[in-house]
Ligand binder design. Structure first.
Ligand code: DGL
Length: 248
């Protein structure tokens, strides 16, 4: 069984990592739209158009499921993508909410949602969470975290200063939803800043979501990985090599 994984850039690799560990697929085809990242500052129409073009790209491969490893696309375009696609398409937001419900049953927990401007203004996480009766929710769009992650500036002074800037009015949340797949790349830094917060991660969430919704009859010996990018694939492959700790 082959899967496609799509993101605007390197962020979807944080979803690929747990998928490789679980060996649910014989092969993963990854596409990062690095020529047009970031998506999170663009409007609904542009995000949807880019995502539809990505679906066209994946039609060249014999995949059974396409994982939209991008919260921004999952927030705005998932229903439209699902309409005519010849394979199943799953997004990360529903999966993230499912993970939250399993890990955080206390509805009074202080929840901080971090996402791109587009994801936060879609209000999709908030809608799902309110439906599930979570009541203490703050949402924030720390837009600079995306280019910082793309640049690989983990553990840097720049990131430290950006966190101080964005989090100046936030007092220790119980839970942080990493509502952008770029953010697990800076998870260590976020944990240093908020040591008591539980992080909800789209990648781990999607693995559980897939296992719950699809019938996987076996695990594969290994999962092959092919990486494509719309610009500068060597940079994406370099980050993939470090993040996934394997030869690409
Ligand atoms: N990684 C993407 C997400 O999960 C988007 C980052 C961006 O392109 O702005 O939302």
């Amino acid at each position: 069984m082959k899967a496609g994984v799509f993101d605007s850039g390197v962020g979807g690799l944080t979803v690929v990592k747990p998928l490789l560990e679980e060996k649910l697929f014989s092969e993963i085809i990854y596409f990062g739209d690095t020529a047009r990242v970031p998506y999170g500052v663009k409007d609904r129409n542009t995000i949807t158009r880019y995502a539809l073009e990505a679906v066209e790209f994946f039609k060249n491969f014999d995949i059974e499921v396409l994982i939209i490893a991008c919260n921004t696309v999952s927030a705005y375009a998932i229903e439209q993508l699902q309409k005519d696609a010849p394979f199943k398409i799953v997004g990360v937001i529903e999966a993230g909410v499912m993970a939250l419900k399993c890990k955080v049953p206390q509805r009074k927990s202080n929840i901080l949602i971090l996402g791109t401007k587009a994801t936060i203004s879609s209000g999709k996480y908030e809608k799902f969470l309110e439906y599930e009766k979570y009541s203490n929710i703050i949402s924030l769009a720390p837009s600079l975290f995306v280019p910082i992650a793309e640049e690989g500036l983990f553990g840097s002074v720049i990131l430290e200063e950006a966190m101080k800037h964005y989090f100046k009015d936030i007092s220790s949340p119980d839970v942080i939803i990493l509502g952008c797949t770029h953010f697990p790349l800076i998870a260590k830094d976020l944990t240093n800043f908020f040591p008591n917060a539980l992080l909800i991660h789209s990648g781990e969430a999607i693995v559980e979501f897939l296992k719950y919704n699809f019938k996987f009859s076996k695990k594969f010996e290994e999962t092959k990985l092919k990486i494509f990018a719309s610009d500068n694939p060597s940079n994406l492959k370099k980050i993939a090599k470090i993040w996934l700790k394997r030869e690409i």
